[in-house]
Design a protein around this ligand. Structure first.
Ligand SMILES: [Zn+2]
Length: 128
């Protein structure tokens, strides 16, 4: 059985950090969704003349930038939820691949981290 290397007090600190990050992402994502809705309604007011091409193109750029963020936010939220689940089941702080202890310093920077440094490096190399 995989047991977390952290005591309940430490786990509570990580849980709080994860919860705050989750809230921050949810709010940012919601604000962007509102902006999307605003962009959409301003686009659909029927002005199809060429004078708006430059504006439309900058909107498209902005749009794809926001979509990119939304995709990342969804992924990070999923990672945060998995980390919170590991706090519940008691395996938080262990590498999900090899079961090694994930250094506390790494989790302080990235509380949703689910791999030890060695496994994360291997995963990053495979992606290249
Ligand atoms: Zn590992």
């Amino acid at each position: 059985m995989i047991v977390s290397p952290f005591n309940p007090t430490q786990l509570h600190v990580f849980e709080t950090a994860l919860g705050e990050r989750r809230l921050e992402l949810t709010e940012k994502s919601q604000r962007l969704a509102d902006t999307f809705a605003g962009v959409q309604s301003s686009r659909s007011d029927g002005s199809a003349d060429g004078a708006h091409d430059a504006e439309a193109s900058s909107l498209r750029t902005e749009w794809s930038r926001m979509s990119g963020f939304q995709g990342e936010a969804v992924e990070e939220l999923a990672a945060i939820d998995r980390a919170l689940q590991r706090i519940v089941d008691g395996s938080y702080g262990r590498c999900v691949r090899g079961g090694e202890i994930i250094p506390e310093g790494r989790l302080q920077i990235k509380p949703a981290a689910d791999l030890c440094i060695a496994c994360a490096e291997t995963a990053a190399q495979r992606r290249r």
